[in-house]
Design a protein around this ligand. Structure first.
Ligand code: C2E
Ligand code: MG
Ligand code: MG
Length: 615
């Protein structure tokens, strides 16, 4: 730092000139001398104070940059002043104090330094020396102040940044807990809230799952904006309905909402009964109206007496609500309660569905055909058999076709399964010829889905059948196709064409379960069928029911006039047989003759039964 001299006065930098200096001395002369000296040196803000206690007050209430402090003063001496002022210092501050003291007073100097004084000005004053020390002390003080201000600014900036980070973190927390489209809680947040409810202690809650099922269709027809509108509207309605009852709701998955009610029993039911009409009311938007379709299910979790609900109870109830939902029609807009029987059948169905899929993938040996004889009534001869699919699963045991065929149809595996059946039937015809020296016709059941699925994949069931027969070198006349009337509903003309092709190949065709379906007589004259299989329900107990016997008789006569063979299904008793013979029914099939038999057993049976003369 440059040495100060009187010649330098004009050079006093503005920040030093503007510094505020407090001079404290009980001696008025000293005060005047110093004030004049400082004024001359260019200091513009000098305050003098003769009372040390007054000085303390002023220092604490006004802002000063430097303290020139006499030590020996009445009441409160300089040490006392320093002590008091130091009590009010911030941790990063010091007392910018110069002690005014007699040159000789070494002890006082030492004590003042210990008390934190930064320098001395010796009395009597050496002006030049005094001004240099004042200037040095002030310079140091101003640098220190600047550094402190900077630090304070920095602290403020850091504080602001921290606040910003905090609010961003809050935004993130919001996003992590809510579905961005609807603003509803997501599954994670719902689960946490449920934990909270359990921690508070709850005795019963009701859970409803509600699914919107037509969003995919809406997406195709009206675009994604409509789907968004739909979801937001449903979310808003649900929230409104539940908020009024302290319920919770959120997105459980996809387009399925979970509602949690702090009620059970009748109270919950009353609320839920109102829910669907409110939530699924059509949306009126500008010029158009949007209808909403979906389904829902609910179940309650109730703690045993004297206990509180636990996590497992809640999870079970949500699963049950899911079962209740799955048992509902997709567009029924119904919210149904959980029902154990429905849940069991749903579970069983899923189990069978999975097992079927696995069996087709890995272990087709689980499937086999059984064969049930068909007997010509007039000659009491074996004229054919029906191939019936049997499935034995290693864990589930025997599963009836009445159970798995509809599942295979719905899941599309009937196409593969159907080909296995035709393949096994053709192989069996070849074996029959090989091992017994003759063959009877084998009828296989073909579902309309098999035609459809093949067509959808650009294939043809007819071509496939043709190939299989050729592979086993089997004459087409030994294979019969049984179709039901429902097969014709999927597209009469189209299926008709397939049937004509099968006939042209040389196969015979039977109309199965006649009398149970839609039984339009106009079908009969258009269809290229060879056989009418009269459903078991007409045969059963016909001997005792005259009206039923009359119907049976007229079906047989009509078929006869159309040139069709009649096969009566489900013939169980001699009485059944007698009436069928009486009515001139051509062929009978049923437990009376034999249950469906495994291939080996059928061949044995066949060896014992008379063959048709023409064979
Ligand atoms: P369906 O084609 O009407 O077959 C006749 C059903 O009646 C068979 O049941 C047979 O076991 C049963 N039955 C035969 N005689 C009697 C009797 O005297 N009394 C009683 N109560 N029942 C008798 P199954 O084998 O359980 O088959 C049920 C249905 O499953 C079949 O009815 C058929 O629609 C379907 N199905 C069976 N195998 C196949 C197949 O390979 N493919 C397709 N698509 N469907 C099949
Ligand atoms: Mg059949
Ligand atoms: Mg039948």
């Amino acid at each position: 730092m440059a040495d100060f001299s009187f010649a330098d006065q004009a050079a006093l930098p503005p920040d030093l000139a503007a510094a505020r200096i407090l001079v404290v001395d009980d001696n008025a002369v000293n005060l005047t001398v110093l004030a004049e000296l400082l004024d001359e040196a260019g200091y513009q803000q000098v305050v003098t104070e003769s009372s040390s206690t007054q000085a303390v007050k002023r220092w604490l209430t006004e802002a000063f940059d430097l303290l020139l402090l006499d030590i020996r003063m009445p009441e409160l001496d300089g040490h006392g002043v320093m002590r008091l002022l130091k009590n009010h210092l911030a941790p990063d501050d010091y007392l910018p104090c110069l002690i005014l003291t007699a040159q000789t007073d070494r002890e006082t100097r030492q004590a003042a330094l210990d008390a934190g004084a930064v320098d001395f000005i010796t009395k009597p004053f050496d002006f030049e020396d005094a001004l240099k020390r004042i200037r040095n002390a002030l310079h140091t003080r101003l640098i220190h102040q600047k550094a402190r201000h900077k630090a304070a600014d920095l602290a403020q900036t850091v504080g602001a940044q921290q606040a910003e980070l905090q609010s961003k973190a809050q935004d993130l927390a919001y996003l992590a807990a809510h579905d961005p489209l609807t603003g509803l809680l997501n599954r994670h947040a719902l689960t946490e809230r449920l934990h909270g409810l359990l921690a508070e202690g709850s005795q019963g809650l009701t859970f409803a799952l509600i699914e919107i099922t037509d969003a995919d269709q809406l997406l195709l027809l009206d675009g994604i904006e409509s789907v968004d509108l739909l979801l937001r509207t449903v979310a808003g309605r649900l929230q409104l309905a539940l908020n009024n009852h302290f319920g919770l709701c959120g997105i459980w998955h996809g387009q399925t909402f979970l509602c949690v009610l702090p009620l059970t029993g009748q109270a919950a039911r009353a609320l839920l009964d109102q829910l669907m009409p409110q939530v699924f009311a059509p949306i009126r938007h500008d010029a158009f109206q949007l209808s909403i379709h979906g389904r829902g299910g609910y179940a309650e979790a109730v703690a045993p007496p004297g206990a509180l609900l636990n996590e497992a109870g809640v999870q079970q109830a949500i699963r049950s609500a899911g079962f209740a939902l799955a048992s509902q029609h997709k567009r029924g807009n119904r919210l149904a309660p959980f029902d154990q029987t429905l849940a069991d059948s749903y579970l069983r169905r899923t189990q069978v569905e999975r097992a079927l899929f696995r069996a087709l993938e890995d272990d087709r040996a689980q499937f086999a055909l059984h064969f049930q004889p068909k007997i010509d009534l007039q000659h009491e001869q074996l004229v054919g058999c029906e191939a019936l699919l049997r499935w034995r699963h290693p864990e589930l045991g025997w599963i009836s076709p009445a159970e798995f065929i509809p599942i295979a149809e719905e899941k599309g595996s009937i196409e593969e399964l159907g080909l296995i059946v035709i393949d096994h039937a053709a192989a069996f015809i070849a074996r029959m010829q090989r091992e017994t020296g003759r063959a009877v016709s084998v009828a296989v059941n073909v579902s309309s889905y098999q035609f459809e699925l093949m067509r959808a994949r650009g294939g043809s069931l007819v071509d496939e059948i043709d190939r299989i027969l050729q592979r086993y070198a089997v004459e087409p006349r030994f294979l019969e196709i049984e179709i039901t009337e429902s097969a014709l509903l999927s597209g009469f003309d189209w299926v008709l064409e397939k049937l004509h092709r099968l006939r042209a190949l040389g196969l015979s065709i039977a109309l199965d379960d006649f009398g149970t379906g839609y039984s339009s007589l106009s079908y009969l004259q258009k269809l290229p069928i060879t056989t009418l299989k009269i459903d078991r329900s007409f045969v059963d107990n016909a001997a005792n029911l005259p009206r039923q016997a009359a119907m049976l008789g007229s079906i047989v006569r009509m078929a006869d006039e159309l040139g069709l063979t009649t096969v009566a299904e489900g013939v169980e008793t001699p009485a059944d047989l007698a009436i069928l013979k009486n009515l001139n029914c051509t062929v009978a099939q049923g437990y009376y003759y034999s249950r469906p038999l495994p291939a080996d057993a059928f061949l044995d049976w066949m060896r014992q039964f008379p063959a048709p003369a023409a064979e």
